[in-house]
Design a protein around this ligand. Structure first.
Ligand code: G5P
Ligand code: MG
Length: 209
């Protein structure tokens, strides 16, 4: 199975991906996590992506599709959970060309903009393992401000008010049409992303039966 997690910034894609990948035995590919690692490592990809990410803009489609093509070549035949990809109709069409007969489902986590802003302004993330925290909302309050892996907990560079607003605009303009793309192919599942992460995961399991 190829499962695509769609949803606004802060909809809970990363949080749910951690649960889904275990339950459904899928490889998890978050293009955002991969790009952040490239920025931290100072690779050519990271140097290219950094300014787009910090401005809340999308990294160019051809760069992203190159990453996906390589990943699928290395993992032919395996079940994959995409988190944060595809983000444009062009990327969705590119993925269809890369895939063969795999069963594809796209699951859209629906959360309104007000909730997104509340979640993202208070989100904290482990610099080492990427684990997501939100002590202000009572989610995974970390012990002594360090991750359980020992990594430093920090605020993402794009989780500041102005960049959050840009990311939301980009989502509405460029990524929402992807929802319609999958609706048109009868591959779309819609899930209410509000409540607690466990409540949302319960809805995802029901949607995936
Ligand atoms: P990313 O990294 O893909 P976004 O903006 O799509 O970034 P983000 O911010 O990672 O998505 P998320 O994964 O949907 O959000 O949400 P999350 O981290 O799990 O949860 C957000 C907060 O809400 C956390 O504090 C969490 O604790 C809380 N929370 C989660 N679930 C719940 C819940 O059920 N209830 C409650 N109450 N709280 C909850 O992309 C970053 C950048 O990389 C580039 C772009 O520049 C992008 O801006 N990029 C791409 N560019 C082009 N194409 C692509 N495919 C790209 N992918 C990445
Ligand atoms: Mg994420």
């Amino acid at each position: 199975m190829i499962l695509i997690l769609l949803g606004a910034p802060g909809a809970g894609k990363g949080t749910q991906a951690e649960k889904i990948k275990v339950e459904y035995n899928l490889l998890h590919l978050s293009t955002g996590d991969l790009l952040r690692a490239a920025v931290a490592d100072g690779t050519e990809l990271g140097k290219l992506a950094k300014d787009y990410m910090n401005a809340g803009k999308l990294v160019p489609d051809d760069v992203i599709l190159g990453i996906i093509r390589d990943f699928m070549k290395e993992n032919t035949g395996k079940g994959v959970l995409f988190d944060g990809f595809p983000r444009t109709v062009m990327q969705a069409g590119g993925l269809d060309e890369i895939l063969r007969d795999e069963k594809v489902r796209a699951l859209s986590l629906e959360v309104d903009d007000e909730q997104v802003i509340k979640r993202l302004s208070a989100r904290r993330v482990c610099r080492e393992c990427g684990k997501v925290y939100n002590p202000a909302l009572g989610i995974n309050p970390p012990k002594e401000n360090a991750c359980e892996c020992g990594g430093e907990i920090y605020q993402r560079d794009d989780d500041h008010a102005e960049t959050i607003a840009n990311r939301l605009k980009v989502y509405h303009d460029q990524t929402e049409p992807v929802i319609e793309y999958y609706r048109g192919k009868s591959q779309l599942l819609i899930v209410n992303g509000t409540g607690t992460p466990d409540e949302v995961f319960g809805r995802i399991r029901e949607a995936l039966v």
